[in-house]
Write a protein that binds this ligand. Structure first.
Ligand code: SF4
Length: 331
């Protein structure tokens, strides 16, 4: 039990700001995400930035919609709702543009796809996954327009504030590009969620916590935290096979994850606590397949420490000067 009342409305059983709680508070009931695939590519794959992609990336493993036969956006939503609605008892949904880089297309195509999703009567908002170098101002203006009437969350892949780690994973951008994107998103009325990975080779616990401290100092509303995990047929798989990369055991991950949560602001929504992939794509670690087990382990560890998200939050001021370096809108 907690030694006193917990801050930020946390319960003894869950000492971080879970996305499910946020959605309940925001919408007054159960809302779930439905992943849709707009058929986007990625500038890190199609040659706009480079062609290799991130070392851990296989888009089929990231998105259920890309593994299934292609339907239009409405068809994908209806198929997803048929599966998710009875399972979770939700009747409203966010359309989650998940696979690849979901702002990497001409503006009229983006508008058509986002409009099609929002036209569905059970869709109450959008989540849009993208890269920080792929959000030119015209795209942010479009997204801000939707955010005047609907909930919108823009998800920016950062992974780490350390440029050597970004280079190792072949992200094709550095931290300053992320800072620039966040600065240009701020105050536009939509939420911004940063994606990070813990357990990158060459990063010490102090390095990972420096990423938490940096996120704490930025105008972000949410974060998705992933453990480095290995998907079949990626460059990372070969590195692990050759013994070049250590993949965290679950206990190691839980310890650093709880340290990380303690450093984030208590009001920052935690949209995700681990990476995952379907069993036929996942190489390691196998503990990724037991998501409830990981969540229980985090809850247990936070209780054992009598700690909570935000307990040791010490935001750092961004040390890099933002640059205006977003890719131009695709034409
Ligand atoms: S930016 Fe995203 S979609 Fe593109 S290669 Fe990296 S992980 Fe894959």
């Amino acid at each position: 039990m907690a030694s006193g009342p917990l801050p930020f409305g946390f319960r003894d059983a869950q000492r971080y700001y879970a996305f499910s709680r946020f959605l309940k508070e925001r919408f007054g009931g159960k809302v779930r995400r439905i992943a849709v695939d707009g058929g986007f590519t990625c500038p890190n794959v199609d040659g706009t930035v480079t062609t290799g992609g991130c070392v851990y990336c296989d888009n089929r493993s990231f998105s259920p919609s890309r593994r299934a036969p292609r339907l239009g956006i409405r068809g994908q939503l209806e198929r997803g709702i048929r599966i998710v609605q009875p399972r979770f008892g939700a009747d409203r949904f966010l359309a989650y543009f998940q696979a690849a880089t979901n702002t990497h297309a001409p503006l009229d195509k983006l508008k058509r796809l986002y409009d099609e999703a929002l036209d569905h009567p059970q869709i109450v908002g959008l989540a849009i996954g993208t890269r920080p170098d792929s959000v030119p101002d015209e795209v942010l203006d479009l997204i801000a327009g939707y955010a005047r009437e609907r909930y919108v969350c823009l998800e920016l892949g950062l992974q780490s504030i350390h440029d050597r780690s970004l280079d190792w994973m072949n992200r094709g951008h550095h931290y300053d590009v992320f800072l620039d994107a966040v600065a240009r998103c701020a105050g536009r009325g939509f939420d911004v969620c940063a994606h990070v990975i813990l357990g990158l080779p060459g990063e010490s616990p102090a390095d990972m916590l420096a990423t938490a401290d940096a996120l704490a100092g930025l105008p972000l509303q949410a974060v998705k935290i992933h453990n480095l995990h290995v998907v079949r047929d990626t460059p990372l798989e070969a590195m692990v096979e050759h013994g070049e990369v250590h993949i965290l055991e679950r206990d190691e991950y839980v310890a650093i994850l709880c340290d990380f949560l303690e450093r984030l602001p208590g009001g920052m929504v935690i949209q995700r606590l681990q990476g995952d992939a379907p069993p036929d794509y996942l190489v390691a670690p196998q503990w990724c397949l037991d998501k409830p087990g990981l969540l229980r382990a985090v809850d247990d560890e936070m209780r054992r420490r009598d700690s909570w998200q935000g307990k040791y939050c010490q935001p750092t001021v961004a040390s890099s000067t933002p640059v205006r370096r977003a890719l131009p809108v695709v034409t």
